[in-house]
Structures are given as C-alpha cells and as structure tokens.
Write a protein that binds this ligand. Sequence first.
Ligand SMILES: Nc1ncnc2c1ncn2[C@@H]1O[C@H](COP(=O)(O)OP(=O)(O)O)[C@@H](O)[C@H]1O
Ligand SMILES: [Mg+2]
Length: 445
Amino acid sequence: MADLAVWFEASGAIAGAGGVTYAKHKAPRVYWAAVGLPMTWGRFALSYRNTMDVCGLTVQPSGLRAFMSRRVARHEVRPVAPKIRRVRGTSTGLRVTLRLPAGLEPADLAAASERLRHAWGVHSVHVIAKKPGYVELRMTGHDLLRRVQMPKKTAPRDLVVPVALRDDGTAYVRDYREIPHALALGANQSGKSMYQRNLIKGLAQLPVALVGMDCKRGVEQYRYAPRLSALATNPDDAASLVDVLVAEMEDRFDLLAKHGVSDLWELPEDLRPAPIVVLVDEIAELFLISSKKDEERRERIVTGLIRLAQLSRAVGIYLEICGQRFGSELGKGATMLRAQLTGRVVHRVNDKQTAEMGLNDVAPESVPAACTIPADRPGQAVAADASGGWGRIRTPYTPVDETVAACREFAHLIPDLPALAPFRPAVSAPGPSIPPMPTTAPAFP
Ligand SMILES: Nc1ncnc2c1ncn2[C@@H]1O[C@H](COP(=O)(O)OP(=O)(O)O)[C@@H](O)[C@H]1O
Ligand SMILES: [Mg+2]
C-alpha cells in the first residue's frame, strides 16, 4: 500500500514537472502567470538590496543620513539604493518604479540592465525614464518577439497606428503627427511588406487618404485598391502622381494662408482636408533609370519627394517609404531625401552598411542590434527616431486577406480629394479566388 502511494506521488510529480516544462515552451504566458511571476517577484524582493549593491547602483549616504544611522538608529552606515515605489506584475513581465537617490541617473541603471536581467533571471530589463527622479524597470519573463501578440488595448486612433510589438511588451505605434515621415529598410524577405501591410490595415480604419506607389506593377499594393485613393504602378505614373501631390500641397498652403493658420490641424474641422499617407513599396524603383531619357523623370520624382518631405508635414501629407537600401548610390538627392525621414525601422540586413544607412544618423549605437537579427525572424526590426531612442520590434503576422478585408470594410472612408481621382485604381468585385499556378512542372508520362 505504501509502495502504491509513493508511486502515485512520484508519477504526479513527474507529470507536474512535465506540464511546467511544456507550458514554459508552448504557453509562455500561462507559465509566466502561474510560475514565472511569483518566482521572479520573490527573487526580486529578496535580492533587491544586494543586487543593487553588487551592480554598483548605490550611492554613499549624505552626511546627515550617516550621522542619523550611526547615532540615532545605531546601525552601520550602508550605501543607499534606489527606493522601490511600486511593483506591478503584468501578463508578460514585472514593472518596478524606483525613486533614484541623488547621484544616480537613468543611464546608470540602463548600463547595468544586462547584469540586472541575469541577477533576477528574466529575459530582459528595460529602463524607462518616467519623470525626473523616477525610472521604471520593465522586465519581461520570456522572449515576446518569438510569437507576437499585440497588447489588447490597442486600436488605431487619430493618426496613431499600432504596427508592431516592442520587446518590452508595449505596442510600437506609428504616430504621424509626431513623426511625419519614415523609412523602413531591410533585405529581401525581411518583412518590409508585412510591416506596410500592418500599417495599411490600421490606416484603413482612419479617415485618411492612402496613396500607393508600387512600381513592381502593383503586385504588393494592388490588393489594397478598395481603400486606396491613388495608386501608381510604374515610374511614369509615379512621376505624375508626385506632381499632383506637390500641387495638392501648394493648394493646402494657400488654404492655410487664407485662414491665417500655419498648420492643417489649426483649421476648423469642416474646412480641414483629409491627411494623405503616401506609401512607397520600393524606393529604388523610383530612383533607378534604364536609359538617358528616363533621367528627367527621375529628377521630377526625386525633387517632388524632397519637397514633400521638407514641407508637407504642416499640410498633413506624410511619407512612408520602404526599400532594400537607401544610400548615395541611388543617385543625386537620395541622402537629402533620407535625411528628412525621421522615423527609421531597419529589418534584417545583408551588410552593416545598409544598417548604417538607416540608423547611423539617428541612433548609431543601434547598428549592431540591426546586424544581428536572425534570418528566421522575418518582421523583426530595430526602430529608432531622431530623439536618439531605439528598440527592438516585430510585426504580428497578418495574413494578406485580413488587410484586404479591412480595405473593403472601410472603403467608405476614402476621402473626397478630386486631385487624386485620376489615379484611383479600378476595383474588381470580390469573387472566388483564382487558383494559384502550379509551382512544379507536370510530370509527363
Ligand atoms: N512578423 C512576421 N511574422 C511571421 N512571418 C513574417 C513576418 N513578417 C514577414 N513574414 C514572412 O516573411 C516573408 C517575407 O516577408 P515580406 O514582408 O514579403 O518581406 P520583404 O517585403 O522585406 O521582402 C513572407 O513570407 C512573410 O509571410
Ligand atoms: Mg516586399
């Protein structure tokens, strides 16, 4: 009988351990909630003081404090660590708010984040400076970018579109009013089109005009035609479309001048033209020329895009450019245009030089992170902006049908912009999908 009980206990323990290991790999959120969070919280609470001490995150106490400890409280004088103000568990990690003692700054904690992560056995520790004197440590229990799950409370609003997940568990949003123009770089198959697909899915739900430029005959963007106000699928159309956009920009400036305001958003709502987001799928297609006679067209496109990038923010025209590379080898005007694109997202790249094209002028210390994105992680990227901040992000996998469905559902949101009407793509009615071509040659008897 006793043998039987031992046997039951042992098999129960083995099944439990197996279940925990299984959950750790297959259901990391469940594992975190049930095991990881209580363990990490306990480890953090027990080892906080010592960890801060050994990581050099303490300061010598002030003279008065030292005196009080020695004379009044009668205990030895110890260095002062940041005070814990709040500890909060989340579905993916642990967040701790700390009050910094005089003499420490957020950069000190950020420099020690790798040591802290190992001390507390978590996947990552991010240090966010909240307000003067306070920082938040955002710990994550596992690699959130392995299987991307966007936070629940994220929906496109105003001109803010959540497009990806940051590795600290928060959403990476594209905020057009804060960062009007952006560039997404990456090697072939690194996830640029997926990034744009997520963006279009979000933008489709907002009252904005979407303008596509996809000179690969529209293979990528034509699917979104129901929600596009304009689409150019070859360089000649793109040149005309850029001309129209520049003219639209000038008209909008006239409108602002007439009403004595300097920004589109200062206009009364009933007079305000809809914002326009211009999505370029591959910038090189607009720059490259095959013969001497194409040179003039190229010049027109590049000059127009540079003018838009320099001036159009105030009139609500925004550029979203993708490309495999974006350096001076594209030709005259390339680096000048790039300098105007404040937001940068760099996916996996084949060479360091490409990562530098995207990141060197905004956040040079993020270049190594972009060079080490593994090939089996399409959609993972380094996002940076002119503020110097950067982080790792990954887009969620969004099937093309989902974005196409959003484009059809919100087709009624296409704003009325007569200037773009000639470029509006024809939309075919939804019908049965055409079966794909066979990819292998049929076997002959
Ligand atoms: N975030 C992601 N998660 C999973 N798969 C992705 C992700 N982003 C892209 N992919 C896959 O990677 C491949 C290349 O993506 P794509 O966006 O077409 O790359 P690019 O436009 O840079 O050539 C596609 O098969 C796509 O389904
Ligand atoms: Mg692509």
